[in-house]
Structure formats: C-alpha cells, structure tokens
Design a protein around this ligand. Structure first.
Ligand code: TYD
Length: 140
C-alpha cells in the first residue's frame, strides 16, 4: 500500500459497541474482532491543561484508534490537501487514523482521557514532526 495516498476520508469513526447493564458499561476492543489492525501498544493522555494542543505530527506507518475514554476533545486530521475536525465524546466510539496524516488534538474538556491503541511499538523514526517536511513528503 502506498501510504502517502491516504486521505482524511480514509479515517472513520468505528462504534466498538458497549455491553450495558444497570451496573454500568463495558467496551471491549479485541484484536481480530473489532479493530482493523493488531494492537501492539496502548497509551493514554490525561491531566491535560486547559487550552492545550497535542499531536502536531504525522506517522509513516503507524495506525491508531483514538478514544475519548472520559470527557471530550477534537482531532484535526490533515492529508496535505484536506482537513477534517472530528469531535470524540463517547467511550464506545473510536477514530481510526490511517498512516501518513498530520494530526492535532485540542478542545480537551476538563479531566478528559485520550486512550490510544497503536499498531506499532514506539519508534521516534516513524514520526514526521515538522509540517514543512510533512508537506514535502505528501507532495513527493
Ligand atoms: P508525542 O507522541 O509527541 O505526544 P503527543 O502526540 O500526544 O503530543 O509524545 C510525547 C513524548 O512522549 C515524546 O517525548 C515521546 C514520548 N513517548 C514515548 O516515549 N513513548 C510513547 O509510546 C509515546 C506515545 C510517547
């Protein structure tokens, strides 16, 4: 797959569903069942100060599921031509981010938790952290 052909329209919100009962809800994400890649790493952002912007980078290979495990925030996706702002505010909805897209996260509500399921282990070499370099990569 030529990753740099990916666009913001290849990213979708997937309802990973929930098991509801009177004692509360459970949402399950399971490899081979309701996620389109194998999860190799899980991390979460929390204690995010008001007005903070996170992200500001792209990945060559990494795919991610981003979930508002608590509260809400926005993800801004950018493929070099199109931009899309997605609000996440339900713990059963995951935003699937395909490789090759610039992303920023903002509008974090107080106490929000951003849960990320990732397709690869951490590798700084997979990051593009400069927007000009990202634009160059997309125009190659
Ligand atoms: P970064 O991915 O830039 O955070 P965000 O996109 O949420 O703003 O990572 C922030 C710092 O944390 C950076 O120094 C790298 C480090 N880090 C790890 O060591 N391992 C990881 O799995 C992640 C996601 C980040």
């Amino acid at each position: 797959m030529k990753l740099i052909n990916n666009t913001v329209f290849d990213c979708s919100i997937i309802d990973v569903s929930k098991i509801h009962n009177e004692a509360g809800n459970i949402t399950v994400v399971e490899n081979g069942y309701n996620i389109p890649f194998e999860v190799k790493r899980v991390y979460y952002l929390y204690d995010i100060p008001g007005g903070e912007v996170r992200g500001g980078h792209a990945h060559y290979e990494l795919q991610q599921f981003i979930i508002a495990a608590s509260g809400s925030f926005d993800v801004i996706l950018d493929d070099g031509k199109n931009k899309k702002r997605v609000t996440l505010n339900r713990p059963n909805l995951a935003l699937h981010i395909v490789p090759g897209l610039w992303r920023e996260l903002d509008n974090f509500s107080s106490g929000s938790i951003c849960l990320v399921l990732a397709s690869h282990q951490y590798d700084e070499g997979d990051y593009i952290r400069e927007y000009t370099k990202f634009k160059q990569y997309r125009n190659e």
